[in-house]
Design a binder for this molecule. Structure first.
Ligand SMILES: Cc1cc2nc3c(=O)[nH]c(=O)nc-3n(C[C@H](O)[C@H](O)[C@H](O)COP(=O)(O)O)c2cc1C
Length: 438
């Protein structure tokens, strides 16, 4: 039996301008803080019938990267997506909002506002955040377990606030003069470990079922997986190889069952970094040119932060073996990324030169395809056949041309191969995610 089409999203973080790519004459980088730049991409993604466009977020500046590009978060994701809502009709709009920094009432109202303005197309990528604590009156970042405890509490408050003002309560009736059925609108009177929120929300819910706001989660530590399995519709993951994705998907399905949900309640969507060109050689050149000026010192600092291993004086051709790895550092920005790097070193025992090129170090540990549209279709089919994913998020790299090739070349080829829908069956984001797992 043919499998259901995949759930495919498109990033609106301009990964295709990373590294040296923004310096290309045709990069259009000057448009980055304007409306038209993103509308064009969102409309291409909608023409390709993708499930959603997605904007990750960081609320801090990385001073080390800022000067040469890469350290700037850019436009607020939810505001940006509400502008895109006006210029599109069907595509889902996945925003990222941190549960560590935002008051839950503000968060609930922002999301429900985007949901109304887009007629049911908002989605929430729940992150516990990596940086920015000093912009939010915190000297130190709370540890990962406290961040997840906050995430669980904030998510509960937000969903209860959404339920506090049911859609049916808002039924303006000119004849009787009743604007809202106030009986149906109830405070939530929430008293928790971190927050106390009276409610109700000041905006009605858009609805439940296919009209609800899908929850997506990112962070794959034990606690992160359990959180996703309990509440999320989907997980956005870093899975640099197929085995990592198969393991994670199997584990998420097992955990979902343990929480009394169907195994496919939480869909796995890895990031897919794509360097595509008409020939494989051109794609390799594109990748090489993009990373030509990559800062080795910064990569070594990242390796040290994630593993505790100082490779400053390590010969390029000397392998790194299990015995070289010190115990995992106590304080990690992302246990997910640290665990992936450790796993890659234990598995491959790479030389330093090879390690510096691995996606766990050179990128965000995402699955990567460098080649032609045909290569990408084959890789995607292989992963789907292996049960490694339920979809993925497109992260084009290298140039604006590559981004266009992903949306205007790869996506039609995926539809042709039965891996992507040809028409939208629903008008809401939850509708796009509904149905049997791919
Ligand atoms: C694939 C992926 C994407 C993420 N995207 C974001 C993001 O856009 N903004 C953010 O603040 N944190 C982001 N995070 C960080 C997570 O929310 C989380 O704080 C971090 O991974 C630590 O959780 P862990 O202990 O489960 O690894 C991301 C993490 C992963 C794995």
């Amino acid at each position: 039996m043919p499998k259901a089409p995949l759930h495919i999203g498109m990033t609106l973080a301009p990964t295709w301008l990373s590294g040296e790519a923004w310096r290309r004459p045709d990069s259009a980088v000057e448009g980055l803080l304007g409306f038209d730049y993103y509308i064009d991409i969102a409309r291409r993604a909608e023409a390709a019938k993708l499930d959603f466009v997605f904007r990750p977020d960081v609320m801090a500046v990385n001073m080390g990267l800022l000067g040469r590009g890469g350290g700037m978060g850019g436009l607020d994701p939810t505001l940006l997506l509400s502008a895109i809502a006006h210029a599109t009709d069907r595509i889902g709009l996945l925003t990222t909002i941190s549960t560590t920094f935002y008051p839950p009432y503000v968060l609930a109202r922002m999301l429900m506002s985007l949901h109304w303005l887009s007629k049911g197309r908002a989605g929430w990528n729940i992150v516990t955040a990596l940086d920015g604590q000093r912009n939010f009156s915190l000297r130190d970042m709370p540890g990962p377990e406290e961040r997840y405890a906050r995430a669980a509490e904030v998510t509960e408050i937000v969903t209860r606030l959404w339920d506090s003002f049911p859609r049916d309560a808002w039924a303006p009736d000119r004849d009787s003069g009743r604007f809202v059925d106030a009986e149906m609108v109830r405070p939530i009177a929430f008293e928790g470990q971190f927050h106390s929120v009276e409610g109700p929300l000041s905006v009605p819910s858009f609805g439940t079922g296919l009209n609800r706001i899908p929850l997506v989660q990112a962070g794959a530590s034990e606690t992160g997986r359990d959180f996703a399995a309990r509440v999320a519709d989907a997980t956005f993951a870093s899975t640099p190889d197929m085995e990592a994705a198969i393991d994670l998907r199997r584990d998420l399905r097992r955990r979902a069952l343990a929480h009394g949900r169907p195994a496919d309640a939480v869909r796995l969507m890895p990031g897919l970094s794509l360097y595509l060109a008409p020939t494989e050689a051109e794609a390799r050149d594109l990748h090489r040119a993009t990373h030509a000026a990559a800062d080795t010192g910064r990569k070594l600092a990242n390796i040290r932060e994630m593993t505790g291993l100082d490779l400053t004086d390590w010969p390029q051709d000397r392998p790194i073996r299990a015995a070289d790895l010190p115990p995992t550092p106590q304080r990690l920005r992302s246990r997910t990324h640290a665990a992936l790097l450790r796993r890659a070193i234990l598995r491959d025992e790479p030389t330093l030169a090879a390690l510096l090129e691995m996606p766990e170090v050179a990128g965000s540990a995402h699955w990567q395809v460098i080649g032609t549209v045909g290569h990408a279709v084959d890789a995607i089919r292989t992963w789907q056949d292996a049960g490694a994913m339920d979809g993925f998020i497109l992260f084009p790299g290298g140039s604006t041309g590559c981004m266009h090739l992903c949306l205007d070349g790869l996506c039609p080829a995926l539809a042709e191969a039965g891996l992507l829908r040809r028409e939208y069956a629903h008008a809401t984001f939850a509708g796009h995610l509904a149905g049997p797992a791919p």
